[in-house]
Design a binder for this molecule. Sequence first.
Ligand code: AMP
Length: 145
Amino acid sequence: MRISDILRVKGDEVVTVTPDADVTALLAVLAEHKIGAVVVSADGRRVDGIVSERDVVRALAARGVAVLRERVTEIWTEQVRSVTRDALVSDVERLMTERRFRHVPVVEQGALHGVVSIGDVVKSRIDELEEERSSLAGYITGERT
Ligand code: AMP
């Protein structure tokens, strides 16, 4: 399975915020779309950074509610790790586990094509294992499923 298989099902809609958005606006976007992270992008195409609910929690713990009026660029991650559509889901799973992040933008030729979350990766891996299990069961019982 490749990242393109996930995007085909999930679609390529990407939620972004601009670098001048404040943390209060970010929280509204996370809540509205029921997501845990957004790409920060000035033009909606290029990835300038990423900011997740964890960044908000850490900043709140460090500086209190004044953080809500800060720009997202005060709390974001600028060095974003992205993947291309042809990346293997198993490689992205390993990347997320090793680097301890749950979101990876899909970028090609400098343009954002989607975001894959750990939830998308786990779902795809479960579907893959279920397919394997079902064809092995069919092989053993002599029935094709
Ligand atoms: P997450 O687990 O995705 O909520 O993010 C945990 C931390 O990693 C936060 O500080 C994020 O800003 C950062 N982060 C999330 N996704 C990425 C990514 N693809 N590349 C680099 N940092 C990331």
